[in-house]
Ligand binder design. Structure first.
Ligand SMILES: [Zn+2]
Length: 122
């Protein structure tokens, strides 16, 4: 087993993203002769990059955002997208995971109901 401690690398993936998007656009511009597998793998990579946890460079905190709590009983309108911590107001930081919230101060009208996983019983 690898005993080495895993190091966290703070990297700006923006450049990689734009380079991948450029490659994708060039390949798609070929139309019918475009390599579909190549395009699909770039699209996968882009969505992986988008889903990477992000850290605010100033506070060095993870970044998350509030979403509507679908199982609300009382005043707990908001739910952290990352750790599902519930809150009555859209605080600047999550009380559960400590993330800096991108949409602190949002009102319930600003937020959409999160997409819950549904199971097709059909
Ligand atoms: Zn959280």
């Amino acid at each position: 087993m690898d005993e080495k401690e895993k190091t966290v690398r703070l990297a700006d993936v923006g450049e990689l993203e734009s380079s991948l998007k450029k490659d994708l656009a060039e390949e798609e511009a070929k139309g019918k002769s475009a390599d579909i597998l190549f395009c699909e793998s770039i699209e996968d990579e882009l969505s992986d990059l988008e889903n990477l946890p992000t850290i605010d460079p100033e506070s060095l905190r993870p970044v998350s955002e509030w979403e509507l709590n679908p199982d609300r009983w009382t005043c707990e309108w908001f739910r952290c997208k990352t750790c599902h911590h519930l809150s009555c107001c859209a605080d600047p930081f999550c009380g559960g995971c400590g993330a800096k919230m991108k949409n602190a101060g949002a009102s319930t009208d600003d937020l959409n109901e999160p997409q819950e996983e549904t199971f097709d019983m059909g």
